[in-house]
Design a binder for this molecule. Structure first.
Ligand code: ANZ
Ligand code: ZN
Length: 819
């Protein structure tokens, strides 16, 4: 008989699913709802192996929940604004929309071929006016609440892409996108006040514990970077306002021997003495060319210049010199520190280099840092520290100093965060215009809601080339408008929003496709949100996932939704690599998804991806075999063909061994899927296929055995999560109405789940003292424990210790007592 024809099945079922809208989520379906979402794709080129993995994982969950009787929503859309489209448009002298929509069409076809259970009726493109009008609307909601604001500052600047970058988009000092060394530029830019939510973002992680990967939570925690410490005010001669420093170690205040301010802070520029100004300015220029990561690292050779002023220590009145040095960042704490070289290595390196004094204030028993060059950071007893001397506990030391500072009004306890406000302006074209008009009289004026969307002007090709200012600035007819408040000539903001703004709320829009009175309908959110299962790459740990959590909390505070966390559960799939390395053009180890699909069929590739290992692990394509996946699917398919001619009958009369295997599989596979162990679930299906084949080939009822039909039907259902085409074929062959996606996951019969038991004999000194009924899978430790727990055995031991046990699993435990 002909084997399974993957190509024919793919064409047939794609059409069936589309015609019947099999995966359309209906708002009026009364069943309990579940929302499964994969991070939406950026439409560059066609789908690749990475997509193949991520989307296969999400589909397992969506299809499982569907079979379990939930009303499942599993939507898809396109993260369609962004630089690659714009760069392509400049190269090809065209509009970015053309490249974007063409790629979307290609990818969409591939997605459909890939057999995902997606609801295409909710598809969205973030670059469509009907989407970005609501991105603008949301921006204005933030603006009205003071959560979007403009400020000047030094920002990360990519010299190649000619645009600013958020801190999150700078990876080890390089532009995340193009790899150029990121420099600093002073610009007035828009920010979202995400720092207002720093503590909530931390606190609410309690809800995600155990449901999100630990490493993502750790990355977010680290990114938010909460630090407890104190503000300490130092007075500076000739300046009314004191200079405030942030320290996590106020207890080392007596060891502060100099102060350092960030060279690129307004403070440095303000306090520098006239004589030192030229040296300072020269130094500042140098610093601007370096970047933050270098500046902070302990290995970095620290540089600095004296500012020619002195600060006064509030606890002992000591005068200490003030320096500017690049290892202090303008954007953290207050941009100024008290340097305690004895107990902070960076301060010590600096002190050594510039011959500044080092004073130990905690004696840890280690050599004096002034001599050793190694700062001591551990506990010890305070010395040279006035009232702290003699104390030895850090926490009381900190409390004492903070109490003193608070009493003198020269400082107070505080908490700071490493998290910075989210810089959202971009000097590029292919993004959502910022709906603000700058008026010389009224300042920043919101575009009135009835005038939204602010559409992108029609620019293309050369007009989009990076010029250091947004291409929108050159569209004068677009830019020059009357002020909505006073009518005076005014100008539109010419920047566009970071595309992470678009992706911070798209998952809400899916709940209300096409809704034109707001970004979403509250009832729709109440019905569908939050997302029960989110799937995507770990590279989004500190950007998209943090931004989306922030947006959700703001929208909750604005009264638009009533939950605090958008993604209840998160799965990070691994990457597909080849020959142990990330796929790359230069290594020539790329694997083309289309070729794999042509060679083995969609089902075999999907099964391979899921079977390769735990979902979060990387898959090395050199170690897997789609060919054997295909052979396995054909084996499964043959079962259906052989069973199909035999009518179904009551399975109760079938082979009890196979029935037990089937029901055990029903129960364990369900649990394995729910706990994300998809690869193990596949292994269980494979075992069941083997067991079914054995019964089928055994002399006797064979294919007519109702247990064989029962097993084969379940195999088809379980396979439908991973290999939907072959599963549909099997289901139909078995005489069922399509689609298998509308079938119901069977429930396991408890009577068939009861484990078999065997008799375990317990001997003491060679005499049988007990016979216990145990699980045949019992382990050695459990068997000995069960033996020793028996009363008869204890009586026979009569308090003597156990010298030795001889265990033959699962049938014998023989105990040799001591004297
Ligand atoms: C004195 C001191 C003594 C410090 C000591 C540490 C150890 P985290 O934990 O990351 O919050 N600091 C403060 N603001 C800074 C800035 N803008 N740029 C660079 N460094 C800055 O680090 C807090 C510590 O980092 C602060 O505590 C301060 O040095 C430094 F034995 O103050 B500490
Ligand atoms: Zn005005």
């Amino acid at each position: 008989r002909a084997g399974y024809d993957a190509k024919a099945a793919e064409a047939k079922w794609q059409k069936y699913w589309a015609d019947h809208e099999t995966f359309r989520a209906r708002d009026d379906d009364a069943r309990e709802r579940r929302y499964v979402l994969d991070m939406f794709p950026y439409p560059s080129g066609d789908l690749h192996m990475g997509h193949a993995e991520a989307y296969a994982m999400g589909d397992v969950v969506a299809r499982m929940w569907r079979l379990r009787g939930y009303n499942v929503m599993h939507p898809i859309g396109w993260d369609a604004f962004g630089l690659p489209a714009e760069n392509a448009a400049i190269r090809n002298n065209e509009h970015p929309a053309r490249w974007t929509y063409e790629n979307i069409a290609t990818q969409k076809k591939s997605f459909q071929r890939y057999g995902l259970s997606l609801d295409w009726s909710r598809e969205l493109h973030t670059c469509d006016e009907e989407y970005y009008v609501w991105t603008q609307w949301l921006f204005l909601e933030f603006f009205k609440k003071g959560l979007a604001y403009r400020k000047d500052g030094y920002v990360n600047w990519c010299p190649k892409d000619q645009t600013v970058l958020a801190n999150e988009q700078v990876k080890e000092g390089l532009c995340e996108r193009c790899g150029s060394v990121v420099t600093k530029r002073e610009l007035t830019q828009w920010y979202f006040r995400i720092t207002d939510y720093a503590q909530q973002l931390l606190d609410d992680m309690a809800q995600l514990e155990g449901k999100w990967p630990d490493r993502v939570l750790a990355m977010q925690r680290n990114w938010i970077g909460r630090s407890e410490g104190a503000w300490v005010d130092f007075t500076i001669e000739g300046r009314d306002k004191p200079v405030t420093v942030f320290t996590t170690r106020p207890d080392t205040l007596y060891g502060a021997t100099f102060m350092v301010v960030a060279p690129d802070s307004a403070l440095a520029n303000e306090i520098v003495a006239d004589a030192q100004r030229p040296g300072f300015e020269e130094y500042l220029e140098k610093v601007k060319r370096s970047n933050e990561i270098e500046r902070l690292s302990t290995e970095h050779v620290k540089t600095g210049v004296p500012l020619g002023v002195e600060a006064i220590n509030p606890v002992n009145g000591e005068r200490i010199p003030v320096w500017a040095a690049d290892y202090v960042l303008s954007e953290y704490g207050s941009g100024a520190i008290m340097a305690v070289p004895a107990h902070d290595q960076r301060d010590l390196d600096f002190a050594k280099k510039y011959n500044l004094p080092v004073r130990r204030v905690i004696d840890t028993g280690e050599p004096d840092p002034a001599e050793s060059g190694i700062a001591t950071t551990g506990d010890g007893s305070y010395v040279n520290s006035g009232p702290l001397d003699g104390l030895s506990d850090k926490d009381s030391g900190k409390k004492r100093i903070i109490a003193q500072l608070e009493e003198q009004s020269t400082g107070k306890a505080t908490v700071t965060y490493r998290l910075r406000d989210w810089l959202l302006s971009r000097q590029r074209f292919w993004g959502c215009p910022i709906p603000i008009i700058h008026c010389p009289h009224c300042g920043d004026v919101a575009v009135p809601v009835e005038q939204l969307p602010v559409r992108l002007p029609d620019l293309r090709g050369e007009e989009l080339a990076p010029k250091g200012v947004s291409p929108l600035a050159a569209a004068t007819a677009w830019k020059n408008v009357p002020c909505p408040a006073c009518g005076a000539p005014a100008q539109r903001d010419t920047d566009t929003m970071d595309t992470f703004v678009d992706s911070s709320w798209y998952f809400l829009r899916y709940c209300s496709p096409g809704y034109d009175k707001g970004p979403f309908r509250p009832e729709d959110l109440a019905r569908w949100a939050p997302i029960d299962q989110y799937v995507g790459g770990v590279e989004h740990a500190t950007m998209h996932l943090l931004y989306s959590r922030f947006f959700t909390k703001v929208l909750r505070d604005l009264g638009y939704l009533n939950f605090s966390e958008p993604f209840t559960r998160l799965l990070n799939q691994g990457q597909v690599i080849n020959e142990g390395k990330a796929m790359s053009k230069s290594l020539g180890n790329g694997v083309d998804l289309g070729q794999q699909l042509d060679a083995y069929g969609v089902d075999a590739v999907r099964l391979t991806v899921v079977f390769a290992g735990p979902p979060e692990d990387d898959i090395d394509w050199a170690d897997v075999s789609p060919a054997s996946s295909l052979r396995f699917l054909q084996r499964a398919h043959r079962l259906a063909l052989e069973v199909s001619s035999r009518p179904g009958s009551n399975p109760a009369s079938g082979d009890p061994t196979l029935r037990k295997a089937t029901h055990k599989a029903i129960s364990t596979i369900g649990e394995l899927i729910e706990s994300g162990r998809f690869n193990v679930a596949v292994a269980r299906i494979m075992e069941l296929v083997n067991a079914t084949r054995k019964t089928l080939d055994a002399p006797g009822a064979g294919g007519a055995d109702p247990a064989v039909r029962e097993a084969t039907e379940f195999i088809a259902q379980a396979l439908s999560l991973f290999a939907p085409y072959v599963a549909e074929e099997m289901w139909e062959t078995l005489g069922h109405e399509p689609s298998i996606a509308n079938s119901t996951w069977p429930s396991a019969d408890p009577a068939l789940l009861a484990a078999d038991e065997v008799t375990l004999v317990v001997q003491v000194q060679g005499k049988v003292r007990a016979k216990l009924q145990v699980d045949p899978q019992i382990g050695e430790r459990q068997a000995v424990a069960a033996a020793l727990a028996d009363d008869n055995v204890q009586r026979a031991l009569a308090g003597r210790p156990v010298l030795k046990t001889i265990v033959k699993l699962p049938r014998l435990v023989s105990i040799v007592p001591g004297a």
